[in-house]
Ligand binder design. Structure first.
Ligand code: 4NP
Length: 156
């Protein structure tokens, strides 16, 4: 069976979306179903192209056992063809992703990360860039909850 292809997207592709990629990959590895998923992340800007995730994001991630090695890259038109699901983190991401979708079929692939929250309540995964340590912890809390919800949804 062809793997389900999931692209996590945020603005810089150095905090939220590479973190989401790390969380989702850990869930599928824990279930032994890596072959069923192809996971990547990308940014709506190219400001940080080629960079590793932000050092603070990596530090907070490592405290919870995630090692983030993704290199930032911008979203491409081909991503809307290739991936089955394109996950936005906040309202601005959603607006930009819908603008970039070339067809109604592509637009239907765009989903909001927080729609898959299970235990926490949030309408966005907020940019942690200026939120201090708590901002990064909050992002990981939200992404762990939403990624588990997304996995349960896709498993069905
Ligand atoms: P991210 O966070 O979208 O979660 O990767 C940001 C990182 C960098 C910038 C904005 C958001 N920036 O404007 O450089």
């Amino acid at each position: 069976m062809q793997p389900k292809r999931i692209l996590f997207v945020c603005l810089g592709n150095i905090c939220r979306s590479p973190m989401a990629e790390g969380v989702f990959n850990k869930i599928v590895a824990g279930q032994g179903v890596q072959k069923a998923f192809e996971v990547d992340s990308a940014g709506l800007s190219n400001y940080h192209e080629g960079e590793l995730p932000d050092a603070c994001m990596r530090w907070h991630a490592e405290k919870r056992g995630y090692r983030l090695t993704h290199r930032s890259r911008p979203v491409t038109a081909n991503d809307f063809e290739y991936f089955d699901l394109i996950m936005g983190m906040d309202e601005q991401n959603m607006r930009q992703l819908h603008r970039l979708a070339a067809t109604p079929e592509q637009a239907a692939k765009v989903r909001r990360m927080t729609d898959f929250c299970q235990n926490l309540q949030a309408s966005e995964v907020p940019d942690p860039y200026y939120g201090g340590d708590q901002g990064f912890e909050n992002v990981i809390d939200l992404l762990e909850d939403c990624c588990q919800g997304l996995y349960e949804f896709l498993k069905k």
